[in-house]
Design a protein around this ligand. Structure first.
Ligand code: FE2
Ligand code: FE2
Ligand code: FE2
Length: 168
């Protein structure tokens, strides 16, 4: 693939991914205000942007190998933990941007959970043991903190109660 096409796909993937997430958030806000139909518009369009993002990604990389996907996921999480978030968090603290600093810290700490769990599953998947991944996963809807098996009474990262955890 030509470099220009690759760069265009990367930019389009980033843009569509952002639109997907932004529309889902706009849908939540619309729902909270009782604007059910507007929420439905945002949700439908968010899904459409997801389809665009998926097509762009598949045009630029192979996503069919589960072990390779886990390796990419681990590399992404590791970069965020070791390089991206520590720097962003420090800069936000220095600038006294507290809300941004908290958001960076919550993400940085959560990515450590993700990397650890992905590493464990990589071993299972590489040896054909998908069925060994049996437990439930719980994600804090306030900070994203992720745990296996059981939700904690109180989120160790943001102190939200058990009811704020979403089951997967
Ligand atoms: Fe789109
Ligand atoms: Fe993550
Ligand atoms: Fe939390």
């Amino acid at each position: 693939m030509r470099k220009m096409t690759q760069a265009n796909l990367e930019a389009a993937f980033a843009g569509e991914s952002q639109a997907h997430v932004r529309y889902l958030i706009f849908a939540e806000e619309a729902k909270a205000k009782g604007l059910k139909n507007l929420a439905r518009v945002f949700e439908a369009f968010a899904y459409s942007e997801y389809v665009h993002a998926k097509n762009h990604l598949k045009a630029m990389e192979n996503v069919e190998d589960a072990v390779a996907n886990l390796d990419k996921a681990i590399a992404g999480e590791t970069y965020e933990i070791d390089e991206m978030y520590p720097k962003m968090h420090d800069e936000a603290i220095k600038a006294k941007e507290r809300r941004a600093a908290t958001s960076f810290r919550w993400a940085m700490e959560t990515e450590k959970n993700h990397a650890e769990i992905y590493r464990k599953f990589r071993v299972l998947i590489a040896s054909g043991r998908d069925k060994s991944i049996g437990q439930k996963f719980y994600v804090c809807s306030v900070c994203g903190y992720t745990v296996e098996s059981e939700p904690p009474e109180v989120c160790p990262l943001c102190s939200a109660g058990k009811a704020m955890f979403r089951e997967f």
